[in-house]
Design a protein around this ligand. Sequence first.
Ligand code: ZN
Length: 150
Amino acid sequence: MIKYLLGCASGHEFESWFRASADFDTQSRSGEIACPHCGSTEVSKLPMAPSVVTKRAALPAQPTPDAVPAAAGGGSSGAAVREALRAFTQKVIANTEDVGPRFAEEARKMHFGETEERQIRGSSTLEEAQELVEDGVPFGILPTPPEELN
Ligand SMILES: [Zn+2]
């Protein structure tokens, strides 16, 4: 989901959620978006960094600071955090299928039901990741790249 700040022809501002960035264009062109203040359908996007919400379904949830075991005696919490993140990455690797650079393609296919749902991992470019977010495809980012585990 993407949140946009919108403005109508009379200068009213309001926020609205869209499934994907393309949805705004489609809906505003067909007059489906109306200003809640005056009902005008002459609505345009105002500059704002879009807020993006992704479901974490493709990968298990990443450990939050709370979930990371506290280091006894203090002083080595950095190492404990790194160790927890390594363990998390290893668990993901053990439970996922490596699709390599086809990650974005495979994740999208699963999301749109073109292929069987399963746990996958792989790599994607920043651009591909951005497109997945825009399309509402859920995925997670590994805290430790698998190649750094060796
Ligand atoms: Zn208005």
